[in-house]
Design a protein around this ligand. Structure first.
Ligand code: ADP
Ligand code: XUL
Length: 521
């Protein structure tokens, strides 16, 4: 047997997946929901509440506690970690963790007590800004100006200076709390932080996740001195190294050997961002297949041979962990917005699905809405904005079924609008994420894009991507053969577009796109 472990520390949960590359089987697929399992962190959706909707932080100790808790639960349930030959994984993108001491300089983790108590004294900042934070508008402007304008930042990094990206967030920390910034010796991404916990050393940052910092030069994969200087003083000394996605960053720390029974010396491969990891998990590392991920955020992404930037500034180019590049467009109002609407309309997920499939029709009889329940980055909407248009009852929130269809149609049309810069319309889209089990949502995506929708039998593409990357780097199994075994689509669940439905969207598309474009003008 050749077993590999993939971990995914996402916005709302930590997941673990174990694959056996000899049998082609997934042996373990388990998630721990932060809000449900660790209520003491006061983060029902994975982040801390704040009166200012632009400020979104999480407690990094929650991610640390989750790692111990999940591994402990799996061990108790009989998982034999000594058979794992390699580990890799992913983290939610852009979020950052601030430490007084480099993890490499901290005392070795002591197996006699939990990790949480050992990491707590290392933090120089109690909370971590995450990807939903939109409070750094001014810092983005300052960085762009210092470097020579937005176009220069795009050329260097693959994105404009973006509010949620790590560089502007680091600059905001430096400006708001210079003393704590001065006391910081190391700044990690969520991905490199989790990898560092596992090896008990400072793990490097890969170009898949590093490109989401506005600090990495995309072409070389190295941190750019001009951007570092424009962001905050002394930053070059506070970042871990930039490493290739296939780099072995270290070996599992003795803590995990003694507590959970890992084999000493188990290699850990650089972690990456959850979206780049899903690109691997969806078997989409070659150009041609677009992926829609319906997680806490909704994202649209695809592999790219050459970096091709979004002239309107919403899309990003990241490193593709398998080599080359990928493009990505992120929508903050993904699952959380659907949840808020479903709650307000009194719909369970099965009712939400039926509402779309059985109780309403494409175009929604002219009922539509703007779905910004939280601040949005694509298009840029700084404060929540939910506006309803259509029949009196709909506008009064009294048509639950039409409300369900309206949010999904608006989201799908916005995805289509904002991914147009990639070029040709995809004929085939692979969909993943928690909401991919909702066939109503899949049908709207199929109809709006006029594309066939495929899902994988494995739901957590990001954790799978971690396991596949470990298998490729450590086990030397090529991605092609891994994809045949693990990333095959489930033909019985394919959803076909209906030409008559696709034709319905002309007028709604025009109205909605005009509103969306006006918002971001
Ligand atoms: P993340 O990886 O960002 O933590 P997931 O990909 O696990 O998130 O997705 C979690 C989300 O999936 C939940 O917030 C929930 O709203 C959504 N979800 C779960 N089941 C359904 C369903 N049947 N229909 C629509 N959405 C669902
Ligand atoms: C991508 C983004 C989100 C996070 C959380 O740019 O901000 O998709 O990675 O999933």
């Amino acid at each position: 047997m050749a077993l590999f472990l993939g971990l995914d520390s996402s916005t709302q949960s930590l997941s673990a997946m174990v694959i056996d590359t000899d049998s082609g089987k997934v042996l373990l697929d388990q998630s721990l929901n932060f809000g449900q399992t660790l209520p003491e962190f006061g983060s029902p959706s994975g982040f801390l509440e704040h009166a200012d909707p632009q400020l979104k932080h999480a407690n990094p100790l929650m991610w640390v506690a989750a790692l111990d808790r999940l591994l402990g639960t799996l061990k108790t349930a009989g998982t034999d970690f000594s058979r794992i030959e390699g580990i890799s994984g992913a983290g939610q993108q852009h979020g950052s963790v601030y430490l007084r001491k480099r993890i490499s300089d901290a005392p070795a983790w002591d197996p006699a007590s939990d990790l949480l108590g050992q990491v707590q004294p290392l933090l120089s900042r109690e909370t971590s800004p995450i990807w939903m934070d939109s409070s750094t508008h001014e810092e983005c402007r300052e960085i762009a100006e210092a470097v020579g304008g937005d176009d220069k930042v795009v050329k260097l990094t693959g994105s404009r200076a973006i509010e949620r990206f790590t560089g502007p967030q680091i600059r905001a920390f430096y400006k708001r709390d210079p003393r704590a910034y001065g006391q910081t010796s190391e700044i990690h991404l969520v991905s490199s932080f989790i990898a560092s916990l596992l090896i008990g050393q400072s793990a490097g940052i890969d170009p898949g996740d590093g490109a989401g910092m506005n600090l990495l030069e995309l072409a070389s994969g190295a941190f750019d001195p001009t951007l570092l200087a424009a962001t905050a003083p002394g930053l070059d000394e506070k970042l871990p190294s930039a490493v290739g996605s296939r780099t072995q960053v270290g070996e599992i720390a003795p803590y995990f050997v003694s507590r959970y029974g890992f084999k000493a010396g188990t290699p850990v491969i650089a972690f990456t961002g959850d979206n780049p990891s899903s690109l691997v998990g969806m078997g989409a590392t070659e150009p041609g297949t677009a992926v829609v991920s319906l997680g806490t955020s909704d994202t649209v992404f695809a592999a790219m041979r050459h970096p091709h930037n979004d002239p309107r500034g919403f899309g990003h180019v990241f490193g593709n962990p398998a080599g080359g590049f990928m493009c990505l467009i992120c929508f903050a109002n993904g699952s959380l917005a659907r949840e808020k609407l479903a709650e307000k309309a009194g719909l369970s997920w099965p009712a939400f699905e039926r509402a779309i499939l059985e109780e309403t029709t494409p175009g929604n009889r002219g009922n539509w809405l703007l779905p910004f329940f939280i601040p949005e980055m694509t298009p840029k909407v700084l404060a929540p904005k939910v506006e309803l248009f259509g029949s009196e009852r709909f506008v009064a929130w009294q048509e639950p079924a039409a409300l369900a269809r309206a949010i999904v149609e608006a989201q799908a049309l916005s995805m289509q609008r904002h991914s147009a810069f990639i070029g040709e319309q995809p004929k085939l889209i692979r969909v993943t994420g928690g909401a991919a089990k909702n066939r109503g949502i899949l049908q709207v995506l199929a109809d709006v894009f006029g594309a066939e929708i495929h899902t994988l039998s494995v739901a957590n593409a990001s954790a799978l991507g971690g396991a596949l990357r470990a298998a490729e780097a450590v086990g030397k199994v090529p991605f092609d053969s891994l994809y045949q075994a693990f990333a095959a689509t489930d033909a019985s669940r394919a959803v076909a577009p209906r030409a008559s439905a696709t034709a319905c969207y002309g007028e709604l598309r025009e109205k909605l796109v005009a509103r969306l474009d006006a918002l971001s003008a």
